[in-house]
Design a protein around this ligand. Sequence first.
Ligand SMILES: CC(C)(COP(=O)(O)OP(=O)(O)OC[C@H]1O[C@@H](n2cnc3c(N)ncnc32)[C@H](O)[C@@H]1OP(=O)(O)O)[C@@H](O)C(=O)NCCC(=O)NCCS
Length: 268
Amino acid sequence: MSDPLHRAAPEASDADPRGGRRGAQDALQDPRRGAWAKYWRMVVGDVGAGAFLWYELVTGLFGDWPGALGYWLRAKFYPRLFRSCGRHVVFGRRLILRHAKRISLGDDVILSDGVVLDARGQAGDGIRIGDRVFVGLHSVVTTTDGTIELAEGCNIGAFCRIGSYGRTRIGRKALLAAYVYIVGAGHETARTDIPILDQPYTTRGGAEVGDGAWIGAKATVLDGVKVGEHAIVGAHALVTQDVPPYAIAVGIPARVTGSRLDRSPAGG
Ligand SMILES: CC(C)(COP(=O)(O)OP(=O)(O)OC[C@H]1O[C@@H](n2cnc3c(N)ncnc32)[C@H](O)[C@@H]1OP(=O)(O)O)[C@@H](O)C(=O)NCCC(=O)NCCS
């Protein structure tokens, strides 16, 4: 794990949805707080000393343990870190877990090496990961005061980023290729006398990827947009508007170029 007290990257993930200020980042930079309090708040949130010490102990001892023994140790000791955890969950090496008491894991979930799960905040339901979900190498799933659902059996490729300040859902058996970005928020830009960074953040409620949809490599789905069930979004697309179920959409901005239903031998 890198230095836990590093300055958070200047991304919308640190905005405060209610106050419009960059709540988490401001808290980390508040000179009135000690380093210990900042660390505690950042990694585990408002939990008791027991949960905090357990987090420190098991992630410190086993988080970086290589090989099969590392997987075994994490499978044994990591489940208690979470709000709930199903059976046979695979915990990769060097996971970064934030506010894990707001994260639920189903059965047979696989979290690959370097995955980041961050469910900070008080509102919303945090992160809910259904049965048989696969999260690929170094993907980031992050919400502040929101809810992210990765529904049963969906597959998140490597190096994806899924953010939310509202409610974001990746549907059942949906497939996200590598480097997909599901955007969770934007920034107010009305004032020109102060930096955008200091203006309130905005959200359109979160994005949704329907059941069975396929999002191609490096595509971006903007906040407030729904990709319909079983639709296809081409590689490198920028999805700014809803995509109907079974549609194929490509380009920047993404435009619908056809429907899978027209190609299906069964006609649907
Ligand atoms: C979108 C996709 C599924 C093909 O859909 P399709 O409707 O069968 O597309 P076609 O190959 O028939 O091409 C139709 C048109 O769209 C264009 N097109 C296809 N994919 C495109 C893309 N990703 N971006 C922009 N244009 C694209 C084609 O050039 C073609 O243009 P033309 O009519 O001017 O010649 C495919 O191109 C794609 O992007 N797949 C994602 C691959 C991926 O990310 N894999 C990761 C592993 S999970």
